[in-house]
Structure formats: structure tokens, C-alpha cells
Ligand binder design. Sequence first.
Ligand code: 13P
Length: 248
Amino acid sequence: MRRKLVAGNWKMHGSLAENEALLSGLLAGMGNVKAGVAVCVPFPYLAQVQSILANSPIAWGAQNMSQQAKGAFTGEVSASMLTDFGCAYVIVGHSERRAIYGESDELVAEKFAAVQAAGMTPILCVGETLVEREGGITESVVARQLDAVIAKCGVMSLAKSVVAYEPVWAIGTGKTASPEQAQAVHAYIRAKLRDLDATVADGLVIQYGGSVKANNAVELFGQPDIDGGLIGGAALNVEEFLAICRAA
Ligand code: 13P
């Protein structure tokens, strides 16, 4: 049985005061949450988040990372810096990084490898744009994004990872993929991986991301191949995020 995982992607939001209120609210409400829960926070707040969440049921991580181990890379953050602050997860290949910062499939695969080499779990984001969906190439886009990681790291590497299917057109738009649309892509991902390794495919946690809210989480997470969610906007609100965690 796959354990569901709900991860909050705070993106570029938060302040010391807001984080403190959000995290103390979440900790107070974790009592009846059965799913795994994590928050992926901006780099400057890792020390704060580590000190608040240490020895709690909530894990934490980062939203990006350099593929380089160390050196003259101004403005970059390495894997060992993240492990210094207790990160368990690192999001790689978020569509905002791919689209705004030009991250290629190959770069994302390098980051994926570096996260794993440091003993953390990558949350690998894949997903199509609206134009790609309307062009009928959703599956080939997702396949290409996965294949870059498989080519670099091998299919077995996915056993120690999480994949997040995030249709770009559903991110921050309030337009959620219908449970059937999301399930279809999740099932496609699992079937594609099953051709390579059935154990990896059946054990892989595949999150859905894109306008998940308290009022649609139950239906989304009820789909057979949806194993929780990667949550943006709704992860910034205690009651919304807790309700999503409970739905999982
Ligand atoms: P929203 O939940 O705000 O649509 O964002 C989804 C997302 O990008 C999570 O990584």
C-alpha cells in the first residue's frame, strides 16, 4: 500500500511571523491526519522551519537546488546546505522553474540525481501546458520529462522519489483537472513505468498538483492512482491545508 503524501509548496511566500503562525496552526491540527505531510519552503526560512518542526510529524524541504556540489555559483544553494537544515524533500522541475528559469529536462535530471545523492527525496514535477493538452500531446510531454530522469538515473531511482503530476494550466488558475483527467495521466505514468519495473511503478507515490483545495481534495485523492497532492495556494492557509491533509 502506498502511503499518501501531501506536500505544501509555499513558493515565494511567507515571513517569519506568517510561517510561525502557519506552522503552529498545522502542528496543532495534525492529530487526525493519517497521510504523510511536508512543507517545501523558501531557503531563508529553513532554519526557522527546522526549529519549529523538529521531532514533529511534518517533514520539510526546499523548492529547488543546484545540481553542483559547491563552488563559484553565485546565488545557488547546494544539496549539503539543505541537508544541514534537515531537509527531507526537494522539489525539482517545477513548471515555474522550467518556464520562467529555462530549466531543461536534462538539468532537472541532474538536480534529481544530486538530491538523491545527498540522501534526500526529490519531488519530480511533470506536466503539460494548455497548448500541449489541446494539441493532444499530454502523454508524450510527460513521457519526455520522465525519460530524461530515467536516462540519467535509471528507473530504479524512482523508487526513492515522488512524482508530482502538475498540469501547467491548472496551477494557480483555480482550474483543477477533473478527477478523471488527473487519474488518466497518473494511470498513464504508472503504466509506462510498469513496462520498465512493476515494483517501482506500483510503489511510486504520484501526487497531483494544480488548484487542489479542501473542496476538491477528497474526490481527487479518491482516484486509484492519485497518492496525495502538491499544494500551492491552499498550503498557505491552516484550515485549508489541514482539510486537504485529512482528505488524504
Ligand atoms: P496551486 O495549488 O496554487 O495551483 O499550485 C500548485 C503548484 O504549483 C504546487 O507546486
